[in-house]
Write a protein that binds this ligand. Structure first.
Ligand SMILES: [Zn+2]
Length: 93
């Protein structure tokens, strides 16, 4: 799937249509000291297994695309999630 490098779309901060810079959303690095991680570590201590069910083999191939749109006027970012799924690699053209 091809995505344009910039698009004209609505900015909720400017309250009008402006030019936006497009980039792909990527998963950030996990923080080892976040509250959820700390709780999980505490539960995993000692006897007893994992509190979460183990992950099954991935059967979903197609993924939803999340774009990050950055307004060129106010420099604020917003996410746009597309409901349709794609198997193809997303590239910014
Ligand atoms: Zn804006």
């Amino acid at each position: 799937m091809k995505v344009p490098q910039s698009m004209n779309t609505y900015c909720p901060h400017c309250r009008k249509h402006t030019e936006h810079e497009v980039s792909l959303a990527r998963k950030g690095k996990e923080r080892s000291m976040s509250l959820g991680r700390r709780k999980y570590r505490e539960i995993k201590k000692g006897y007893g297994g994992s509190p979460r069910t183990p992950k099954k083999d991935v059967y979903k191939v197609a993924k939803r695309i999340t774009l990050i749109l950055k307004c060129k006027e106010c420099n604020k970012k917003q996410q746009r999630v597309y409901e349709s799924r794609t198997k193809k690699r997303v590239e910014i053209v």
